[in-house]
Design a protein. Structure first.
Length: 150
C-alpha cells in the first residue's frame, strides 16, 4: 500500500515504478560489473608491463626464430608472426597451468583484487542480464530526470 501511495495510487503507476526501479538496478549492476572488469584489466596490464620491463628481452629472445626481422616486415606478415608467437605463449602458459602451478594475485594488487573478488557476485550478474533497447533506456532516463526535477 505504501508503494501505491508513492506512485499516485494506481496499479499502472505502481507497475511503471517497478519497471523504473528494475531499470535503475540493471544500470547500477552494469556499472558495478564494468568497474570490476576495469580493475582487473588495469591490474593485468600493469603487471604485464612490469613483466615486460623486467623480462621482455628474454621473452623476445625465446621467440626470436619467429620474431627476427619483425620490424621490417609487411603488416600482413607481422600479423602472422604475432599470431604464431601468441600460439607459443598460449601453449607455454597452458603447459604451466596443467602442471598445477599455484596461481596467486601479484603482491602489488593482492589487496584490491581480493577485496573485489574473483568475479562479480551472482546477484549483480543476474540484475544486469536483462538488456533494454535504446528507446527504453531513453524513456527511463527522461522519466528519472522528470522525477528529480519535481
Amino acid at each position: 500500500m505504501e508503494v501505491l501511495k508513492k506512485v499516485g495510487g494506481s496499479k499502472t503507476g505502481c507497475l511503471q515504478y517497478y519497471r523504473r526501479k528494475k531499470w535503475e538496478i540493471n544500470q547500477a549492476a552494469g556499472r558495478y560489473i564494468s568497474s570490476h572488469e576495469d580493475v582487473q584489466r588495469i591490474s593485468i596490464l600493469n603487471r604485464l608491463n612490469d613483466f615486460m620491463q623486467a623480462h621482455g628481452a628474454e621473452l623476445t629472445a625465446s621467440l626470436a626464430p619467429e620474431l627476427m626481422g619483425y620490424n621490417n616486415q609487411h603488416p600482413a606478415v607481422k600479423h602472422c608472426v604475432m599470431q604464431y608467437s601468441m600460439d607459443y605463449l598460449r601453449e607455454a602458459l597452458s603447459v604451466w597451468l596443467a602442471a598445477g602451478g599455484k596461481i596467486n594475485y601479484s603482491a602489488q594488487d593482492n589487496d584490491i583484487l581480493t577485496a573485489i573478488g574473483f568475479r562479480p557476485d551472482v546477484a549483480s550478474r543476474d540484475d544486469n542480464r536483462e538488456k533494454f533497447t535504446p528507446a527504453q533506456n531513453q524513456n527511463y532516463v527522461r522519466k528519472r530526470a522528470e522525477l528529480a526535477a519535481q
